[in-house]
Design a binder for this molecule. Structure first.
Ligand SMILES: Nc1ncnc2c1ncn2[C@@H]1O[C@H](COP(=O)(O)OP(=O)(O)OP(=O)(O)O)[C@@H](O)[C@H]1O
Length: 363
């Protein structure tokens, strides 16, 4: 694989380091139907799935790192290894001087993990009681607890929700509470797996603002996975892209989008029904066509032209979204293999070596 050096970041004290990290799962496979069930009583068939494959990663203290990749890329598996939930199959892993899967208490007190799809709150308790419970679990002294609670509650503006039962919170409110609970003990590293999943634009924006502030003010190292390019663009100076468990890119987020994001998604709605508005170019494609709504995929440099055309139809609203992650990942993947074919020289050898050392760039 190929690599270009990324000079945009000076690595400070390293808090996460992996070398040749591999996780292979073994899962049971059963053929369909009763015959399959009976056959499996005698002979069980297993398949192996390498979810994370030879990943080298170094994360400096205070970094806000994005981790992106399509479904099944291995992001959650990587986070589970970094937080000690599962042990790696191979490779070296060091998080703040610990081997995470030893699950030492001192280690567990220094990080927090928030998974958008799983809650660690107690649904029957009120928010206040839930926070108190976590104070006890993490053995946080009273004054520190009050100071941290007031700071985070104030920052997210959720003072009015402290006495309500967790089960009555909306999705966005619940995610805010998950973040407060996770940060109460002032962890050095915060792992976030899809924290804005399912949230409306307003709640997602508030959470992004909050996370930026926590990273800047408290110096918390944050590792964020998200399917939303907006999250990554707004928050992470550096991004790692993985696909099929392999690290494809490790470097500047700006550079990633400049080089590999070619299109924008444009969604336009109308008061009155409108027929086809197709532009005669491959660079602006109509991908959704309903009487009151059209969806386009347009090359970034041609969006102006598209807007001009749409304005002629008196649109109610025009929304511009980032391109889907899958297309960007595919482009990175092909860029890597094309480059490898044409520039098989000393420079790329040297770069590949640097990449093995986990120092960043297209791998
Ligand atoms: N416990 C498990 N046993 C067997 N295979 C697993 C297990 N957990 C995950 N996998 C497989 O490993 C691969 C990586 O899964 P993982 O959940 O890490 O991906 P992901 O990048 O987080 O995906 P998503 O974005 O969909 O959450 C997938 O192919 C998945 O089916």
């Amino acid at each position: 694989m190929v690599f270009f050096a990324w000079k945009g970041y000076e690595m400070k004290h390293i808090v996460i380091e992996t070398e040749g990290l591999v996780k292979t799962y073994r899962r049971y496979r059963k053929k369909e139907g009763i015959r399959g069930s009976i056959a499996s009583l005698w002979k069980r068939e297993y398949e192996e799935k390498t979810a994370v494959n030879q990943v080298n990663l170094s994360v400096g203290e205070g970094e806000f790192l994005g981790l992106i990749g399509p479904n099944g890329a291995g992001k959650t598996t990587l986070i589970k290894m970094l937080t000690g939930i599962i042990a790696p199959t191979e490779g070296r892993i060091d998080v703040m001087g610990y081997y995470p899967n030893d699950l030492k208490n001192e280690f567990k007190k220094q990080y927090a993990v928030v998974m958008g799809q799983k809650s660690q709150l107690f649904f029957e308790l009120t928010v206040n009681d839930t926070l108190r419970l976590f104070k006890e679990i993490y053995e946080i002294p009273e004054s520190e607890y009050r100071k941290n609670r007031d700071y985070f509650v104030g920052l997210l503006g959720v003072q009015d929700l402290m006495d309500v039962q967790v089960r009555t919170l909306s999705l966005g409110e619940r995610m805010k509470m998950e973040l407060i609970v996770a940060l109460l003990h002032q962890p050095k590293i915060l792992f976030l797996d899809e924290p804005t999943i399912g949230l409306d634009a307003m709640a997602a924006r508030q959470i992004r603002k909050f996370l930026r502030e926590v990273n800047e003010e408290k110096g918390t190292t944050i590792l964020l996975t998200s399917h939303y390019m907006e999250d990554i663009k707004a928050l992470c100076r550096r991004t790692v892209v993985i696909s099929h468990g392999i690290k494809l890119y490790d470097g500047s987020t700006d550079q990633l989008f400049e080089q590999y994001q070619k299109n924008r998604k444009v969604i336009v709605t109308f008061e009155n029904p409108v027929g086809d508005i197709a532009l005669k170019t491959d660079e602006i494609r109509l991908t959704g066509n309903e009487p009151y709504k059209k969806v386009y995929e347009a090359a970034i440099h041609r969006t102006g032209e598209l807007f001009a055309e749409l304005m002629r139809y008196n649109p109610k609203d025009i929304l511009v979204e980032e391109e889907d992650l899958g297309a960007v990942v595919e482009r990175i993947y092909h860029a890597g293999t094309d480059f490898q074919r044409t520039e098989d020289d000393c420079e790329s050898d040297e770069m590949t070596e640097q990449n093995r050392n986990g120092k960043g760039g297209l791998s």
